[in-house]
Write a protein that binds this ligand. Structure first.
Ligand code: MG
Length: 259
C-alpha cells in the first residue's frame, strides 16, 4: 500500500463509524457498462449491459441541441460540432465507435424504461451560460416527466446552477452535486440529496465522510476502477460507487458483505 493511501486510510479510521454500520455501496456503471466487449460509452447497449448484470444504476451524460433535443454524449462537442449551438439534424446520423447510433435522451429513456428496477443516473452537462443551462435542464426534465420515468431517474451535475434549477423544478428530485468544492453540510443547507465527488477529493477531505453521514447527505464517489480505490470506497461506507468496472466492484462488495 502506498504511503499516501495508508495515511488516508488512517484518517478515514478516525472519522468513520463502526464497520457494521457502514452502507454497502450500490454500483453505478459509469457511462453504462461500456467496457463489455462490443459496447461503447453512453450507448444504448451499455445501458442494457448494466441492467443485465444488476447494477443499481447506469450513468450517462446529456447535452441539449440548439433546437431543444437532449442527446447522450459526454462532451459538449462532437468533433467540430458544438451540440448546444447546432440543430439536431447536424448530429442525427453520427455513430458511436461500435457502430451504434448516437442516442437521443428519448431513445435512452425508452430503453431504460424496460428495466424499471435499475436507476438511470442522468448527468446534465454544464452549458455556456446560466440561461442555456436552465433551458437545457427544463427540456430534459420535461422529457423525463412526459416519458413517465421520474421515479427511475436520479440527477447529477457539476454546475450548481443546474443542480438548483433541478430542485426548483422538482423539490423532490434526487440530485447529487459533482464539483467537489462544497462540504456536505453546505449541500444539506441547499437541500441537495447527495455529493458525487471525484475519489481524490474524498481522499483529500476524509472529514467529509462523517460530515456527509451526520447531515444525511448521500455519498457517491467516481470514477473508481482499481481494486485499491474500490476498497477505499467500501471502507468509506459510501452509498454509491461509480465505476467503469462494475463487475469487479460488484464482486469485491459481495465478497465483503457475504452476498
Ligand atoms: Mg458523466
Amino acid at each position: 500500500m502506498k504511503k499516501t493511501s495508508l495515511l488516508s486510510m488512517l484518517l478515514i479510521l478516525l472519522f468513520i463509524v463502526p464497520a457494521n454500520l457502514l452502507a454497502q455501496p450500490k454500483v453505478i456503471a459509469h457511462r453504462g457498462y461500456w467496457t463489455k466487449e462490443g459496447s461503447a460509452e453512453n450507448s444504448i447497449s451499455s445501458l442494457r449491459n448494466a441492467a443485465e448484470i444488476g447494477c443499481y444504476g447506469s450513468e450517462f451524460d446529456v447535452n441539449v441541441t440548439e433546437d431543444g433535443i437532449p442527446v447522450i454524449n459526454h462532451d459538449g462537442n462532437i468533433g467540430e460540432i458544438v451540440i448546444a449551438k447546432s440543430p439536431y439534424s447536424a448530429i442525427a446520423d453520427i455513430t458511436l465507435p461500435n457502430g451504434e447510433k448516437l442516442p437521443t435522451l428519448k431513445e435512452y429513456l425508452t430503453e431504460g424504461k424496460k428495466y424499471p428496477e435499475m436507476k438511470m443516473i442522468l448527468e446534465i452537462k454544464s452549458a455556456y451560460s446560466p440561461e442555456a443551462e436552465r433551458k437545457a435542464t427544463d427540456a430534459i426534465m420535461q422529457l423525463v416527466e412526459e416519458m413517465g420515468v421520474k421515479k427511475q431517474v436520479e440527477y447529477i451535475a457539476f454546475s450548481l446552477n443546474v443542480t438548483l434549477r433541478i430542485l426548483e423544478n422538482d423539490a423532490k428530485a434526487k440530485v447529487s452535486y459533482l464539483n467537489g468544492d462544497l462540504p456536505p453540510y453546505a449541500l444539506k443547507k441547499l437541500d441537495i440529496f447527495g455529493l458525487d465527488y471525484y475519489i481524490q477529493v474524498m481522499r483529500n477531505h476524509p472529514e467529509w465522510i462523517a460530515d456527509a453521514r451526520k447531515n444525511k447527505v448521500h455519498m457517491n464517489i467516481w470514477t473508481v476502477d482499481d481494486p485499491e480505490d474500490i476498497q477505499f470506497v467500501i471502507d468509506c461506507g459510501a452509498d454509491y460507487i461509480t465505476t467503469n468496472q462494475p463487475v469487479r466492484a460488484q464482486k469485491m462488495i459481495a465478497d465483503q458483505y457475504g452476498k
